[in-house]
Design a protein around this ligand. Structure first.
Ligand code: SF4
Length: 285
């Protein structure tokens, strides 16, 4: 079964369907035991981002981004991690959070929307307990794009805040950067539409501040797509650069891409550029 499982993207790779890969990966990293929905985890601890956030590092993703920093469990989910129930994860997240004095939590190093029942059960524990104030759901948007009802289920939770991470601005670049088929490029944008429709609090992140990984044409295409959905998305857009984590460098190398470190030049943030254009338009008319 595993010989065709997509690992790191290499030159000439055969693009995969990320929805199929999500289901395939779920068969490896999700398990039902007694009445609980388990998922594989590498570790749970407090990370320094977001000024300290209790983080469950779960196993398994449905993309294969060439700049991904996640541990090898992303590519070899059958080899890594141990199964934990949603209650075990909640208890560990809370234990680490209390020790560090933080009241935020998230899942990372994976795609948290895999193992839906596990995630929804974890969100119930977080919702019902007064300790945590927010759960930041960082997603690539594939499963939220393909299943609107999954997004509707989030309306039951008051502490969920979603961050949708866009990987590319055109279908071709999406395939190059994630290994997934062109057709799946639209799914994260559908996810954004579903989040808007159900009024789930969220913002969009994109790997678009880094000229080494996104050329101008692709950046304009990405901005145009977001503006066509809702111009306000640009106001809150979080633009990222590729960070030189060990696994990111290894994956870039495997894909045949060499980046210059440290980065020498960044784009100007899109929100600044758009505001400048708006100001110019006001002056002209
Ligand atoms: S960057 Fe995120 S979406 Fe991309 S492969 Fe890594 S964990 Fe998955």
């Amino acid at each position: 079964m595993m010989e065709n499982y997509p690992r790191m993207v290499k030159p000439g790779h055969k693009p995969f369907d990320p929805v199929q890969l999500a289901y395939w990966t779920e068969r490896i990293v999700c398990r039902r035991e007694d009445n609980d929905h388990m998922r594989k985890y590498d570790s749970i601890h407090v990370a320094g981002v977001y000024r300290g956030i209790s983080t469950g590092y779960a196993v398994g993703c449905c993309l294969r981004c060439i700049f991904c920093w996640s541990p090898p469990s992303r590519d070899f989910p059958e080899k890594y991690g141990r199964f934990l129930s949603s209650f075990q994860v909640f208890s560990e997240l809370k234990r680490h959070a209390e020790k560090a004095g933080v009241r935020k939590c998230r899942l990372s190093g994976c795609e948290p929307t895999l193992c839906r029942k596990h995630l929804l059960s974890l969100l119930e524990y977080i919702e019902d307990d007064p300790y945590f104030r927010i759960f930041i759901l960082e997603t690539n948007g594939i499963l939220f794009g393909v299943d609107k009802d999954y997004v509707r289920r989030l309306t039951a939770f008051s502490k969920v805040y979603v961050r949708v991470s866009l990987k590319a601005g055109t279908p071709e670049k999406f395939t190059e950067k994630t290994g997934a088929i062109n057709d799946a490029f639209e799914l994260p944008f559908r996810a954004i539409e579903h989040l808007l429709e159900y009024e789930i609090p969220f913002h969009v992140a994109s790997m678009s501040l880094d000229p080494r990984i996104m050329d101008l044409k692709e950046r304009i295409a990405l901005a145009s797509k977001l503006i066509s959905i809702d111009p306000k998305l640009i106001d809150y857009l979080e633009e990222e650069i590729v960070d030189p984590y060990k696994m990111a460098i290894k994956r870039l190398k495997a894909a045949g891409i060499t980046l210059k470190w440290p980065i020498e030049e960044l784009y100007r943030p899109l929100k600044e550029l758009i505001h400048n254009i708006k100001d110019l338009a006001k002056k002209k008319f």
